[in-house]
Write a protein that binds this ligand. Structure first.
Ligand code: ADP
Ligand code: MG
Length: 471
């Protein structure tokens, strides 16, 4: 039994137990990556999926793996970033489990490119297109460069070098560009591969003692896309081969597209001559998109999944997940899956709990109060505590005299909420805020009431706080 059969058997057992929504959301692209000395290693493409699988299903999975193969003594988990991006021989066809993937089946078959000796390129994931990449102002340049390359490969931006942190859309853009080139020029040979894969091939070629012909294998390539070049590290022989391949293709006017987690000059372990080749084309940085763009991405993903999620809930996600778009997407998918299971729609509370569970030590912006208990607000102090936690301020900020906007507005929101929820008199509220005059409180409450109609941010904050209180 190979890894794929083993994993397929496990997933088939798991499917009726956990439901297809969970299965499709979190086990998609997972594989069994190793089975050595009785230890089966399960690999998932993201931290989110990996943690989720481990936290929820470790025991069940262990039982099921053992049912399949009694020699298994232990199971282990790991993250393999590249899994989501391309084909893998151990991947199980999830479409047999039905559900959400039905939509994916409609998209065209993955394209593949055959090289002369039958070596196949990594294939493209049709989900990653230049059209569904939301550029925002931050990444407009990167997106435009990819479009330009796709329109005229090998022409102006060569090589094209994209860099940026994990989960910011490098693979998406690289693959999208490859797909677009194939669309514009169906006869061009486009090869996408990770640098790991490139290294593996070289190692294999060395094993078979025909490195000299290595670059010949790439002669027919019109566009070479190499993802995550930083993994070349200090592998001298791979770099050398890549250098030759690069020069050959470059001299022949072929397009080269490269991504990395850092700019060329910081690729310390790479030879200078390679680094200077990278820098001679177009070098663009990918950045974490601003809040507005993150919202646009979430909205687009909701459409893709054909689900409705409250705007406030999406805003809460966009506000709190600030590390990568991959995490953002992961949280969204998770929220959707959970909601589908319980036949509800995602709430701020459920999302907050999901984020908290997955990033155990990360503090949530806005909500470092204990969300496991439903907030019950009885006194003005309760409201002040909640507002203080939400805006990450101190009590003395809220009750004090400071007039900076970052403090003033939360203070006014706090007064407004106390008035609305607890119906305290303006005088009483004034007392809770360091003996302020009742007209000050009246003014604050009116102001927030009016601002809520004009300023979506204030509205969001007030509604989020109310929701947290349970009203
Ligand atoms: P990287 O390769 O930089 O680690 P990926 O390209 O794998 O990141 O992106 C992670 C996920 O986020 C993918 O599912 C991708 O589709 C999505 N994504 C990232 N940026 C955007 C964007 N601007 N618009 C739409 N989806 C995005
Ligand atoms: Mg990537």
């Amino acid at each position: 039994m190979d890894y794929k059969q083993l994993w397929e058997g496990v997933l088939t057992r798991l499917s009726p137990v956990i439901g297809k929504a969970h299965l499709l959301s979190f086990f998609k692209d997972s594989i069994i990556s190793r089975f050595e000395n009785g230890v089966v290693t399960i690999a998932a493409p993201s931290t989110i999926a990996c943690n989720f699988i481990r936290d929820r299903y470790e025991v069940k999975l262990f039982q099921m793996v053992r049912e399949m193969d009694p020699d298994v003594k232990q199971i282990d988990f790991e993250i393999q970033g590249g899994l989501a991006d391309a084909e893998h021989p151990s991947k199980v066809d999830m479409s047999k489990f039905g559900g959400m993937q039905a939509r994916e089946r409609k998209v065209p078959n993955k394209q593949e490119v055959l090289l002369e000796d039958g070596m196949r390129s990594k294939m493209f994931n049709p989900r990653y297109t230049l059209q569904n990449f939301i550029a925002g102002t931050e990444n407009r340049l990167a997106h435009a460069a990819c479009m330009a390359v796709a329109a005229k490969p090998g022409d102006i931006y060569n090589p094209l070098f994209l860099y940026g942190g994990v989960g910011l859309g490098k693979t998406h853009l690289l693959q999208g560009t490859g797909i677009e080139i194939k669309k514009n020029y169906p006869n061009k040979n486009v090869v996408y591969m990770t640098s790991e894969r490139f290294i593996n091939e070289i190692v294999e070629a060395i094993g078979k003692k025909h490195t000299s012909s290595f670059k010949d294998r790439y002669r027919k390539v019109d566009c070479l896309i190499v993802d995550d070049i930083q993994f070349f590290g200090n592998k001298a022989s791979s770099q050398q081969e890549f250098f030759h391949t690069f020069n050959e293709l470059y001299d022949a006017g072929k397009q080269i597209i490269i991504s990395s987690d850092r700019p060329p000059r910081e690729l310390d372990e790479l030879e200078d001559r390679l680094v200077s080749r990278f820098a001679m084309g177009m070098v663009v940085e990918l950045q974490l998109p601003e809040f507005e763009t993150r919202m646009a991405i979430l909205n687009a993903k909701c459409q893709e999944y054909q689900v409705f999620v409250d705007r406030e809930v999406l805003e809460f996600m966009a506000y709190n997940v600030q590390t990568s778009i991959r995490e953002l997407e992961g949280i969204l998918v998770k929220a959707i899956a959970e909601a589908q299971l319980t036949d509800t729609t995602p709430t701020i509370k459920s999302v907050a709990e999901a984020i908290r569970r997955l990033n155990k030590d990360e503090e949530l912006k806005g909500f470092n109060v204990d969300l496991s208990k439903r907030m019950t607000v009885r006194t003005s102090d309760d409201v002040i505590d909640l507002v203080v936690a939400y805006f990450k301020l101190t009590r003395s900020d809220i009750t004090g005299e400071e007039r900076r906007k970052q403090v003033m507005v939360p203070r006014q929101i706090c007064m407004y909420l106390i008035r609305e929820l607890l119906d305290h008199s303006y005088e009483t509220i004034g007392e809770s805020f360091g003996g302020r005059n009742h007209t000050t409180v009246l003014h604050a409450c009116n102001k927030i009431g009016i601002e809520m109609d004009k300023d979506s941010r204030i509205k969001r904050d007030v509604n989020a706080l109310k929701r947290e209180i349970g009203v």
